[in-house]
Design a protein around this ligand. Structure first.
Ligand SMILES: N[C@@H](CCC(=O)N[C@@H](CS)C(=O)NCC(=O)O)C(=O)O
Length: 224
């Protein structure tokens, strides 16, 4: 029997975009080869594959190169979606995609300005924090009903957005915890303690050509 090559995921542990790609791949149960990239010293093979040079990047067995994290999530969930991430109840998938788009294009730039401007300008930083905070307040309202962003179970939206809320919270955890967004706090706490998140935050050494294969997702130690 001819063995199909595995999809290859170029990833970086601490990158929120790479986190959401790994979350979807793990939920889909699509076995990949993981290659850990170090941003300040990117592997030549990675740069040759994707001149855009951002992580994550997925090379599919058919040779397709996917260099946007959301597209990697959709590709993985297109293979298998046993938890129904693409079919939130009580919402249409375009509502879910619209919220993710807002998170990526509005919230994330404000998060970056909040995080990085704090070194240069207090005013820019707190303005960005407050703008990002308006989006988080909206998430808090969505979460009030069921504890998930859409419907009664976890969906693509929760997992595509949570890694960025984690990043925001970590800028100033005391400030974050003092805001009146109880549903958001509970949702983030559940995410941070979930088996899904903990399992995708394993540490891997920097990949280089010739290394033994690192399989992802790792099989649970007690799996049959
Ligand atoms: N839109 C891209 C953004 C990915 C991205 O910006 N990743 C960051 C790391 S979190 C990166 O690779 N930056 C390039 C660098 O720092 O050299 C996606 O969704 O995959």
């Amino acid at each position: 029997m001819v063995k199909m090559p595995l999809p290859i995921l170029y990833s970086f542990r601490r990158c929120p975009y790479a986190m959401r790609a790994r979350l979807a791949i793990a939920a889909a149960g699509v076995e990949c080869e993981l290659r850990e990239i170090v941003l300040r010293d990117k592997a030549a093979e990675f740069l040759a594959l994707s001149p855009k040079a951002t992580v994550p990047v997925m090379q599919t067995p058919a040779g397709q190169v996917i260099d946007e994290s959301l597209d990697i999530m959709l590709w993985a969930l297109g293979q298998a979606d046993p938890q129904g991430w693409m079919t939130p109840d009580g919402a249409k998938s375009d509502q879910m995609m619209a919220l993710i788009l807002r998170a990526d294009t509005e919230f994330k730039p404000n998060l970056d300005r909040y995080k990085y401007a704090s070194r240069h300008s207090e005013d820019v930083s707190s303005e960005a924090r407050d703008l990002a905070g308006q989006f988080l307040m909206h998430l808090n309202d969505l979460l009030a009903g069921t504890g998930y962003l859409f419907g009664k179970h976890l969906s693509l939206a929760d997992m595509a957005i949570a890694p960025f809320v984690r990043q925001f919270a970590n800028v100033d955890r005391q400030w974050f915890d003092a805001q009146h967004w109880p549903h958001l706090l509970a949702w983030l706490e559940r995410f941070l303690n979930s088996a899904a998140f903990l399992s995708i935050m394993q540490k891997y050494p920097k990949w280089q050509a010739g290394d033994a294969l690192t399989l992802f997702p790792e099989k649970a130690a007690n799996a049959p």
